[in-house]
Design a binder for this molecule. Structure first.
Ligand SMILES: Nc1ncnc2c1ncn2[C@@H]1O[C@H](COP(=O)(O)OP(=O)(O)O)[C@@H](O)[C@H]1O
Ligand SMILES: [Mg+2]
Length: 305
């Protein structure tokens, strides 16, 4: 399975190019899932169909989905509350239901919710040859892409702390005392401890996403236009990806016109200077066929086949 990410400033053509890539790959016989993560969804508009949080079949080979981050955030929070109340069932100190509504607005929840949806797609949608992601605004995209690595570091730290707790419990366990009927027996071995198990499970998942993002099967693309306005934001993406040690594979200079060639040359040079091994593709400004903007005459899929 290959995954494609279309990033860039609003209006440069991320949704159009991701929709076109998904359509073209599906027409080449590949099984494709196109997912929009941009809260300002317009994948459905481009395909002229009503879309939602669950994927929908468009043609035999092409499925479409608009990830609803509100739904994803609620699911993410309620799952975590369930885990906490289960693991800490012996204490009533965690009345997290009270905080549910507030947690929804907590910083980072949207990023984790998006990452959870992405992780689930990577893990479960293995039938597809290609997953095409239309990404949210740059800042959010970079924060989502940064999360797997940050999270793995945190989980490592939490596992160490938890192991220390279990060691202490083991010591206490060895001091024989009287067991009170109805008292709580706390796990003191890793194999019995739900917290360690949960941390291990999360660790595997986030390491999985991180490996996928860094692998050759992931193609992170930046879309920009032959003008200076889109240059700044594209540069933020190039720098951000470099900081995150994630590879940028393709740069689409979209809405290209021959008369803009001198500006386009300069923008491309400024953007890709030091960006590594990036494939550059100029996509001409284009008149759409009537049926839909996804039926793009220009082949945008060459870098992925
Ligand atoms: N190559 C192109 N030629 C002409 N118009 C384009 C091209 N690519 C995108 N557009 C138009 O530019 C506008 C913004 O494109 P869109 O894909 O919605 O951008 P984004 O998703 O990056 O915000 C849309 O009206 C779209 O039809
Ligand atoms: Mg868009």
């Amino acid at each position: 399975m290959k995954s494609l990410f279309f990033t860039g400033k609003g209006g440069v053509g991320k949704s159009t190019l991701s929709a076109a890539a998904a359509w073209q790959l599906s027409e080449q016989g590949y099984k494709v899932l196109a997912v929009s993560f941009d809260p300002a969804h317009n994948l459905g508009d481009i395909y002229n169909v009503e879309l939602g949080h669950k994927k929908k079949k468009f043609t035999k080979n092409l499925f479409l989905q608009e990830a609803d981050l509100d739904t994803a955030a609620s699911v993410y929070i309620s799952q975590n509350i369930d885990i906490l109340t289960e693991v800490y069932s012996y204490t009533r100190a965690f009345n997290l239901d009270l905080y549910f509504k507030v947690l929804r607005y907590s910083p980072g929840v949207e990023e984790y919710a998006s990452l959870t949806v992405m992780e689930e797609i990577f893990r479960t949608e293995t039938d597809f040859d290609y997953i095409v992601f239309d990404t949210p605004p740059t800042g959010l995209t970079l924060r989502i892409l940064a999360l797997p690595n940050i999270t793995v570091t945190w989980i490592d730290r939490l596992r160490r702390i938890r192991k220390q707790i279990l060691e202490k419990r083991y010591t206490i366990h060895n001091i024989s005392g009287q067991y009170i009927e109805g008292g709580v027996r706390l796990a003191y071995e890793e194999k019995d401890d739900r917290v360690i198990q949960k941390l291990d499970e999360l660790w595997k998942r986030y390491v999985g996403v991180y490996k996928t993002l860094k692998s050759d099967s992931t193609h992170i693309c930046v879309v920009f236009n032959p003008d200076y306005l889109s240059l700044r934001e594209s540069q933020r993406i190039v720098t951000g990806l470099k900081d995150l040690q994630l590879p940028l594979r393709v740069a689409y200079n979209n809405k290209f016109r021959d008369d803009l060639a001198p500006v386009a040359d300069e923008v491309e040079q400024k953007l890709l200077n030091g960006a590594g091994d990036v494939e550059l593709m100029r996509v001409p400004i284009h008149d759409y066929v009537r049926e839909g903007a996804y039926k793009f005459a220009f082949d945008v899929t060459a870098p992925f086949r």
